[in-house]
Design a binder for this molecule. Structure first.
Ligand code: PMP
Length: 420
């Protein structure tokens, strides 16, 4: 097998809409490294888009899944339940931020967790409106697309979308949007477009993922909480990308003084197995009637076994703290490169969720330089992902389990790519 032949076959066999970033094909992977079918090795700073906080094939996850494989792989939880699902729900209820009793339901994808958050918010409030933010990404399903605050490529040609969804600018100091600007836009929305008493939920990412790793300022999150409380609106934190140790805490919302009513999670929850979840206040989660929630594969036993092992590994290896330490090291290196790389407009992040934004001298986004850096790094064997509404941000999603030597090697390749 070689990459070129596979690439030709892919183009014939699969639609272009499933865009693929790399032109090489994975053969095997271990912790923070991937080897392609021709034996070339890559350092993985993409981690399957934030899925592998515990690395590729962590021995504890492999063992947990092997043990589950020997027992059963599918019963459909809603037909014949199993203990792992309940155990994982208990573990998440115990760890999710916020006071009071909580309940958790499992699904398969991040988009599905978002869909269900909106379903539950509507059932619990009897209201229909949902407010999201510009630059947000919430998935590729119909409601996910409606909530997503970026048109190209996610929404082009796919409408009409579900109604009663509104967008407000997300604070982004670098581009002149202050917390006050965002809150004023929200106030304006309540005046011009929808009565706050008809709004079921406000959904936001504590750190926007696809939107550019924009960290929600504390004052903004606290204001959202106060506005929700004032109007009886539910606050949904979409932690699909920020969750499971990526920001230095299990949930990014632990960095804030206020708690949301519902939290979506997916990606690193099961360390590479398809599993998503929704945790929330028990009375809110219980709003839909039996049969209203679920899915054939929702809470698959192999994925649940993997997720239980993820929690164990995160805690035993203190991975959120290790990720935060690695994130600081990376930010320091990037800051130190600023004098040599004038395109660096900002280095930002929370814990290991670090990004660097590139701009032209006039402050406009520099997507061309971003693509160049990404291509140069890839040629040297480092996998980097971009993000941002203007495609001018590189985000770093290395596994939190990455060894020091591989991490340093990755950063050296990055530095060389940045300096041309
Ligand atoms: N919400 C956020 C914040 C995400 O980052 C993503 C995926 N990038 C999703 C939802 C959708 O998740 P999935 O691709 O698993 O449907």
């Amino acid at each position: 097998m070689n990459n070129q032949l596979l690439e030709q076959r892919r183009q014939q066999a699969t639609p272009r809409g499933v865009g693929v970033m790399c032109d090489f094909y994975a053969e095997r992977a271990d912790n923070a490294e991937i080897w392609d079918v021709e034996g070339k090795r890559y350092i993985d700073f993409a981690a399957g888009i934030a899925v592998l906080n515990t690395g590729h094939r962590h021995p504890r996850l492999v063992q947990a899944m092997q043990q589950q494989l020997e027992k059963f792989t599918h019963t459909a939880y809603q037909i014949v339940p199993y203990a792992g699902y309940v155990e994982l729900a208990e573990a998440i209820n115990q760890r999710a931020p916020g006071a009071g009793q909580k309940k958790t339901a499992f699904f398969t994808t991040g988009a599905e967790a978002v869909e269900n958050a909106v379903k539950i918010a509507r059932a619990a409030t009897g209201r229909s409106g949902v407010i999201a933010f510009s630059g947000a990404f919430h998935g590729r399903t119909m409601m996910g697309m409606a909530l997503t605050g970026k048109v190209v490529p996610y929404k082009v040609g796919f409408g009409p979308f579900p109604g009663e969804v509104f967008h407000v600018p997300f604070p982004q100091a670098l581009h002149g949007v202050s917390v006050e600007d965002s809150l004023q836009a929200l106030a304006q929305l309540f005046k011009c477009d929808i009565d706050p008493r008809r709004v079921a939920a406000i959904i936001f990412e504590p750190v926007q993922g696809e939107g550019g790793f924009n960290v929600a300022p504390a004052a903004f999150v606290e204001a959202l909480r106060a506005i929700c409380d004032e109007h009886g609106i539910l606050l949904i934190a979409d932690e699909v990308q920020t969750g499971f140790g990526r920001t230095g805490k299990l949930f990014a919302m632990e960095h804030y003084r206020v708690a949301p009513d519902l939290i979506t999670m997916a990606k690193s929850l099961a360390g590479g197995m398809p599993l998503s979840g929704l945790v929330g206040r028990a009375e809110v989660m219980d709003a839909p009637a039996p049969g209203g929630l679920g899915g054939t594969y929702a809470g698959n036993p192999l994925a649940v076994a993997s997720a239980l092992a993820v929690l164990e590994v995160l805690e035993a290896e203190d991975l959120p703290a290790r990720g935060a330490a690695l994130g600081r090291r990376l930010m320091d290196r990037l800051e130190a490169l600023k004098p040599r790389v004038p395109q660096i407009a900002q280095v930002r992040g929370l814990g290991a969720m670090v990004a660097v934004e590139f701009c032209n001298p006039d402050g406009s986004p520099d997507a061309a330089f971003t693509r160049e850096v990404q291509a140069r790094a890839l040629a040297q064997g480092l996998l980097l992902l971009s993000c941002g509404v203007h495609g001018n941000v590189i985000r770093f999603l290395f596994p939190l389990t990455i060894g020091d030597a591989v991490f340093e090697q990755g950063i050296d390749i990055l530095a060389a790519a940045l300096c041309g």
